[in-house]
Design a protein around this ligand. Sequence first.
Ligand code: MLT
Length: 269
Amino acid sequence: MSEIGLHYSEAGAGLPLVLIHGFPFDGSIWAAQEGGLRDVARVLVPDLPGFGQSPPLPGPAAATQIADYARALLAWADGLRIAAFAVAGHSMGGYIALALARLAPLRLAGLILVASRAGADSPEGVAKRRQAAADVAARGPVATVDAMLEKLLAPGPPDPAIYNRVRSTMLAQAPAGIIPALYAMAARPDSISLLATIQTPALLIAGAQDRTIPPTESQTMRDHLRNAAYVEIPGAGHLPMLEVPAAVNAALRPFVAGLLPPLPMPRGT
Ligand code: MLT
């Protein structure tokens, strides 16, 4: 795939830590981590292709693969001359982080999966994604808000500031980014067997009250990984980094600080 320029922000110095947002968001969901971890890492927060201020992937939406996002991130890292890096992926960002582990395992200095999972979509799930893509094509991003927002945050009256921020971030995303991502998620491979091959240290973070991807999915990944820690965040739903940012940063900080600096990479890897 040809290299496309990704919009990103960064803070801090040291081990590169790439924070990959989930669906249908942009890098802004990691603001508290970008600010809160800048003293232990060089925190880089890209907008995935088609989200935030990044241009969409080339090619037909219906043929998009999760690996296409991973390749775009690798090309972006190459452009920044970042050889090895730690990665944290939220939900769909976790699917992309697993694709990075498949495509470029030697480049990963650490793997963090937040409210994510390794399994593929069920046939019913695939059908729902296709319907969602049609709904977004017809109605725009409000279709994702109607389908997802109610279950994104922990049950109970939401904090209005967080609720409004999540809603406005979802509404800001373009169909040209949302629709390919739906097809890519629907087509993603099962990555359970990949987990046992991952050598890099891993951290799994789950929202205790996540109604979109329950904590059992993170527990399953922990059981298949060779070297994984698991942290469950009380009071959090599917967006722990926004709902309880201090607890997420407290989990990330010692893990990231304990990762080894990236080894020099041979040319051409
Ligand atoms: C996400 O937050 O990225 C999505 O909920 C993931 C999904 O729909 O599988």
